[in-house]
Design a protein around this ligand. Structure first.
Ligand SMILES: C[S@@+](CC[C@H](N)C(=O)[O-])C[C@H]1O[C@@H](n2cnc3c(N)ncnc32)[C@H](O)[C@@H]1O
Length: 410
């Protein structure tokens, strides 16, 4: 029918219509695939599709430092600095001992100033910019010869700078979804209980397998981006190392708000005996927190981070974090960010071809990203600078996110 109409048109219009038709086809094709590489003669083939390059959302295996401390390159020249990934095969030449120096020693060696103008650091305020806070904290730790390696300080700072916006964003999203439901419940159950309606937002961030807990405490120092948000940091490890209390004291000198009751708690617990975050909640210190939790157990938004939890411990972290608390739907972590460590045995179950082509580390992390996706998370990867550690990949899962491709790099 269409063809017969087309054929009935005057013959001089036919080439013009054919041209218009062709233009439409090209335009539609371009809008469907705007980022395809340009066609090069007849050599074009789908096997040329690799990861996205030179784009804000590109995956960068060796990103630059965002914090104030920039460690030196630690791999020898037979491994190119733009090595495609951090899989163990491409990290053989890394000197693992470099960076293993106390932060004060590093500042001395680099001639970085150790004395502040006033002899001691001025306390920061909650609203100080995040990078300013993190620099002041690193300087303070160096000045007081904190019992940490510079590598660990850098690792924590870079991890915070690359994950915090996405964690807080997922928490806010969870709170937005829950707020109308909570208001409806309140309307239905009581008319006069004003205290219920004015309850502040509450975020609980767990740092699982935290070691000395510096990473979790830095999140506490940086805050959740709004003064109305009550932020509890729960550090969990099977044992509390003596360095934790030294670090806590130093951090609370410069960020006094983390010394508030219920701001930071350290829980000695075995992750393997926990099924959900409910098994990892220490009793509240303050009466107001206890009351808020009793009234509305689902009012807290949980977030989970974990850095370098060895081997399959990272898988336990993902399982515990993503499981609903007490069976209440939507109470598992709103977002999870883990930076896996050693990979022995972690790729079990991944297809042989993936292990062979991409290596055990990628195979394990791809499997983990599918695990998060199956549990309702938008899952993605980020990285910290490879100078800090060859185990520099971060797996991030965000619940209820709308495919935020524009937010991949913070
Ligand atoms: C490699 S360290 C990482 C520490 C810290 N997150 C960091 O990045 O510096 C691994 C930590 O996991 C803890 N850990 C090992 N098995 C555990 C378990 N079953 N339950 C809780 N913590 C565990 C260890 O005590 C250790 O502190």
């Amino acid at each position: 029918m269409i063809m017969s109409n087309f054929q009935r048109r005057p013959s001089h219009l036919q080439p013009i219509m054919a041209l218009l038709f062709l233009c439409c086809r090209i335009r539609i094709a371009c809008s469907l695939a705007p980022n395809l590489p340009p066609l090069k003669g007849n050599n074009y083939h789908t096997s040329h599709f690799g990861p996205r390059q030179n784009h804000p959302t590109s995956y960068d295996p060796c990103p630059n430092f965002l914090g104030s401390i920039r460690l030196e390159k630690r791999w020898t020249d037979d491994v190119p600095s733009n090595a495609p990934d951090s899989s163990p095969s491409s990290t053989k030449a890394i000197n693992f001992d470099a960076g293993r120096e106390r932060i004060r020693h590093y500042y001395r060696r680099k001639n970085l100033p150790l004395d502040s103008i006033f002899g001691k650091a001025e306390p920061l305020t909650r609203s100080s910019p995040t990078r300013q806070k993190l620099k002041a904290i690193a300087d303070h730790l160096a000045r007081h010869d904190a019992p940490v390696d510079v590598k660990e300080v850098c690792e924590s700072i870079e991890f915070v700078l690359r994950t915090r916006k996405r964690l807080w964003g997922a928490a806010k999203q969870r709170q937005r979804v829950r707020e109308p439901r909570r208001r409806n419940d309140e309307d239905a159950s009581s008319f006069g209980d004003e205290a219920m309606g004015t309850e502040e937002e509450s975020i609980r961030l767990y740092d699982l397998c935290c070691g000395h807990g510096l990473t979790g405490m830095l999140f506490g120092c940086c805050g959740a981006g709004s003064d109305q948000t009550r932020l509890e940091i729960i550090l969990v490890d099977q044992k509390r190392p003596p360095s934790h209390s030294v670090l806590f004291d130093l951090l609370s000198q410069i960020c006094p708000w983390i010394a508030d009751p219920d701001s930071v708690a350290f829980l000695e617990a075995d992750l393997s005996s926990a099924t959900s975050l409910a098994d990892l909640s220490p009793p509240p210190v303050s009466v107001s927190t206890a009351e808020a939790r009793r009234r509305d157990p689902g009012s807290v938004t949980n977030l989970v981070i974990s850095t370098h939890a060895c081997g399959s411990l990272t898988d336990s972290v993902l399982e515990v974090a993503s499981t609903d608390v007490n069976g209440i739907s939507g109470t598992g972590a709103a977002a999870i960010a883990v930076m896996p460590c050693c990979y022995t045995g972690t790729s079990r179950g991944a297809p042989h071809g993936i292990q062979r082509a991409l290596g055990v580390a990628w195979a394990a992390d791809i499997q983990r990203s599918f695990y998060l996706q199956e549990r309702g998370y938008h899952s993605d990867f980020s990285t910290i600078p490879r100078e800090i550690s060859p185990m520099n990949r971060i797996l991030i899962g965000e619940k209820g996110s709308r495919q935020p491709s524009h937010r991949l790099q913070t």
